[in-house]
Design a protein around this ligand. Sequence first.
Ligand SMILES: Cc1ncc(COP(=O)(O)O)c(C=O)c1O
Length: 338
Amino acid sequence: MTDRTSALDFSLHRSDFMVVIHGNRIDFGSPAAWEEDQLLPTGALGLSPAAAVLSYGLGVFEGLKVHRSRDGRLLGFRVGDHARRFQRSAETLTLASLPVERFQAAVQRLAAANRALVPEREAGSLYVRALLFADEPMLGLAPCRKFCAAFYCSPVGSYFAAAAGIRLRLLNQARVAAGGTGSAKAIGNYSGSLVVRSRWQARGFDDVLYSHAGGGGRITETTGSNPFVRFGDNTVATPRLDDQILPGITRDSVLALLRDDGEAIAERDVTAEEILGGGRELFCTGTAWTVQPVSELHDGRHHRAFAEQETSRRLRERLDRIKTGDLPDRHGWISDIS
Ligand SMILES: Cc1ncc(COP(=O)(O)O)c(C=O)c1O
């Protein structure tokens, strides 16, 4: 953990408070009863070593941002959409889902309690991490009846140190199994990708771009973002959603902004070959990554450099200004937390 005076990057800083909500259900088919939210000093969560999440990865998470506006208000970005994805992720893993209004209230309570940590608008934002996991002691693998939802936060700045584009290694390998948990923000998806990303980071790449398990040279996404490519005919394409792609909320926001600008957009199969052969601009989107230009893509035999960054810079700036309340919120994405 870094202290509060360090320059902001995407690392964990000390926070004052966390919110914890315990839930349980009679059996897998019954709705869960969720207890009152508890606002607690940020600290350890007591867990049995037999908690199912620890052996079987029965946990999901969300990451969203709260920004400080010019007049000092705290603004949450698409909190309801994160709450709904949290529910879908939980259902994919047989976990109980937290009602949307409970998620929204927890984010509000957390941000208000940690208000002093929300950076000034030019300096960064407050990143809120929501967790939902099975804390029931279990020996065998089975759907659980006891859950914990926990919300904590950290002030953050840029994910990547370099303002210029990042280098991506294209892999002929899938991030997740076909028919698995790829469209959920399941913790196991990330533990599996770390070893892969680390291997390529050691060779000078910032991240990897995965292929589709179904073949055909289709790309899916990176370890933590959705890719977009502008082709020579000016269309902007992004892989269509399926069970191997997380439906990114930034992806959806960027699609809406491109639509607002009257751009030709396509959610379709996108192949590595067409990007390496004719991609003009490549960028990736995510809550932590925001809109990140890519400067180079390699597949081991071929290499393409992308000099153009006009679209990603324009979208990033617009999105940043919407999030901080400097531009009108035409899509209903912003919630006022204070
Ligand atoms: C695998 C993966 N894809 C895409 C994204 C981007 O999603 P979002 O824009 O909702 O943060 C993330 C980050 O949450 C991710 O972990």
